[in-house]
Design a binder for this molecule. Structure first.
Ligand code: AHM
Ligand code: MG
Length: 333
């Protein structure tokens, strides 16, 4: 069987008119950067990549060395290609302006360069998440240009650095999975048109926050934990990797629901995850795979962002479960 590389897959999409030549180039460059990150990750203690960087990011979180290295790899790979008007990263307070000596393009790239930072030093799966928007006509790559709802994304994807490095991609035309062939140095198509099972018996949530949850989440999780004799009539299993990429990757492949709810600790902080770098790209992928994604009240992709680093509550995965927990939020209003 002939192997289809990411490049060939993208060229086929370009010929079919579903993506532009510039978007193809942009995705290829992001994939190349992810290969470099994968290489750095795999060095572990043999490379100078583990531990704290000694700096903090805009979210007030301590940066790991690998957060900083991955951010730099993505910036350097993408700044000179001519397809971008700007980049925004979870690790940088303001959007990155394309240096004057390079041509500017029509797209905006957003990324969480290294998701699952708490897992870096313990050799557990981590990843990179990215999202692509069009830069509105006449606008520079400033924060204002980035503040578009997730429905406007033209591409989104993530790579998971696990036992294998895999790239999952959507350009609004289904979800495709690629596995990194380390000998050839290329991503090879290994999954076509990924579909999330509608029903599931698996959920993912950080249970240690239970005492802080609000009523709709207490009710929903209580019902899942009640098992076969409860109202849901099934025994549920729980998995929590604490890397969104890895948890979403499992759900994409065998179903389930991923949750990071808002809770009662900080009323002004709607959840932990970031809308622009984490929730939007993952929601786009999950919807394209036949799943659903809400913040408990509305479709995540329809939220109008007000700030680049805005946080949002996340419920995503198998349709039936997302509908159930969303209904509990809506009826609790
Ligand atoms: P990060 O971007 O700093 O790595 O944080 C995001 C991560 C997600 O990958 C994961 O779902 C969540 O934070 C884990 O949170 P917790 O530490 O509560 O388990
Ligand atoms: Mg991160």
């Amino acid at each position: 069987m002939s192997r289809i590389s990411l490049s060939r897959h993208l060229i086929t999409q370009q010929h079919a008119g579903t993506i532009s030549a510039d978007l193809r180039l942009l995705i290829e460059v992001v994939a190349r950067a992810c290969k470099a990150i994968s290489h750095a990750v795999s060095k572990g203690a043999l490379g100078d990549i583990m531990g704290e960087a000694g700096t903090g990011n805009i979210q007030g979180e301590a940066q790991k060395k690998l957060d900083v290295i991955s951010n730099e790899i993505l910036l350097e790979a993408n700044e000179w290609g001519g397809h971008l008007a700007g980049m925004a990263s979870e690790e940088m307070e303001h959007p990155y302006q394309i240096p004057g000596q390079y041509p500017r393009g029509a797209y905006l790239l957003l990324f969480d360069p290294l998701d699952g930072s708490s897992n870096i030093d313990v050799n557990v799966s981590i990843g990179t998440i990215f999202s692509v928007l069009r830069c509105p006509d006449g606008m520079a790559g400033t924060e204002e240009a980035f503040l578009q709802p997730g429905t406007q994304q033209v591409a989104a994807g993530y790579t998971v650095y696990g036992p294998q490095t895999q790239l999952i991609l959507t350009t609004g035309n289904g979800v495709f999975g690629f596995t990194l062939d380390r000998e050839q140095g290329s991503f090879v198509l290994t999954q076509e048109n990924i579909q999330i099972p509608t029903t599931t018996k698996e959920f993912a949530i950080n249970m240690s926050n239970q005492r802080h949850w609000q009523a709709p989440v207490q009710r929903y999780i209580g019902e899942l934990l009640a098992g076969k004799t409860g109202v849901r009539g099934k025994d549920y299993n729980m998995r929590w990797i604490a890397s969104m990429v890895a948890d979403v990757h499992r759900i994409l492949n065998r179903g389930g629901i991923f949750m990071y709810p808002r809770d009662n600790r900080e009323a002004d902080k709607p959840g932990k995850l970031r809308l622009m770098y984490e929730a939007n790209p993952m929601s786009f992928i999950v919807e394209q795979a036949g799943g659903a994604a809400t913040n408990g009240y509305q479709r995540i992709l329809e939220i109008q962002p007000e700030k680049l680093h805005q946080r949002v509550a996340v419920f995503l995965g198998s349709k039936e479960e997302v509908a159930q927990v969303t209904q509990y939020h809506q009826t609790d209003l």
